[in-house]
Design a binder for this molecule. Structure first.
Ligand SMILES: [Zn+2]
Length: 99
């Protein structure tokens, strides 16, 4: 079972762009080339998210340490905020869609 990111990096075109939440900010970072996208407000963004996602706490080496929550993005946004505000780096993953 792979849990690698699924978004394509605009800089190196590898499918290794990952989405993170840290404190109140959402941003993307490429695991291959360290490209980092502009940060935006997690609260503003989370209200527009649709579909299921999974939130995982990662350490400074981006190793998964703990799955926080999985569910509809709109329903887990608050839980993600709470963890991110504790100073933890939260990686957002999109479970494989079935439709
Ligand atoms: Zn890249």
């Amino acid at each position: 079972m792979s849990e690698s990111p699924e978004m394509e990096c605009p800089s190196c075109s590898e499918p290794t762009l990952a989405a993170f939440v840290s404190f109140g900010s959402y941003f993307t970072r490429c695991m291959s080339c360290d490209f980092e996208g502009p940060a935006t407000s997690w609260r503003a963004l989370s209200s527009k998210l649709q579909g299921r996602s999974r939130a995982v706490v990662v350490d400074e080496n981006y190793k998964h340490t703990q799955v926080i929550v999985e569910g509809e993005a709109s329903e887990i946004a608050e839980a993600i905020s709470n963890i991110a505000y504790q100073g933890k780096l939260v990686l957002l993953l999109a479970p494989n869609a079935d439709s």
